[in-house]
Design a protein around this ligand. Sequence first.
Ligand code: SF4
Length: 324
Amino acid sequence: MVALIEASDLSRHFAAPRSVADMLAGRRPTVKAVDGVSFALAKGETAGIVGESGCGKTTTARLVLRLERPSGGAVRFDGTDISGLEGAALKQFRRRAQLVFQNPFDALNPRLSVGDSLREPLRNLDFPRAEWDARIAHALTRVKLPDPSRWLTRYPHELSGGQLQRVVLARAILPEPALLVADEPVSMLDVSVRAGILNLMREARDTMGLAALYISHDLALIRYVCDRTIVMYLGRVVEDGPTHEVVRHPRHPYTRALVAAVPVPRVNQNRDALPIKGNVPDARHPPSGCRFRDRCPQAVLRCATEDPPLRAVGNGVLAACHLV
Ligand code: SF4
């Protein structure tokens, strides 16, 4: 496997607001949004990071795109550690790794026409002026908005949500990147246009040979578009494997609960449904041992003291659970 992205022991810790009790005790609480995450993404591969709000998936995506700097560990892109990139090298990286924004209604400046919104990144990334028109026409055709003259003079308020998200996708593929990161790419759209946008993204991936990293709380979406599924819980990866394995034979109790909680067709109908109660614990004070133990219906004594490592459990799957 030729890795495009390699995240190694990645962490991102934030200083949390101090309570009176913290001040009296002289504590400086820390939120470990991402805490020891490792995974690789091959060239042309599509992976999804899934988990509840607060699991660290969006922070992981921001670290992969160098929109945040890690507190520890590293992200390598095509073999280069991106943490030290500056100037021209950082711009070169930005050409090759692009973000598809979650909310198309916010992603485009309402005062700029579609044409200006598409020219802006080409200018910022130092593409020669002579290339702009051809790149824009090509990108608009890829997202099924042919006849650029029809779209370039229009403003965001004149477009539907689906058309806006197509423009956002066109903007992301303008530099012909090697990686697209899409954070909840259809969550703000009407259900009727979601499949069309996801199909466009799949088409862009296939025709351009892109690798893609989807971030979502929705396992059904990840299953629809991703070859591989990475499940995160409270800043950690708890399961990582081929999507068909993770969805049909989830190993980790948290993954099993996610699968049981969403309507995923054709999953193993004989599985034990393990709905879980409660919320993700406060990331300032994660449970000892396994971070999932407060909500895990299978927890045993050692789960309170021993943190289960992520390890190979067969069929290309990694899982972090003492009982797997
Ligand atoms: Fe549940 Fe224990 Fe496995 Fe954690 S290690 S998922 S608490 S059984």
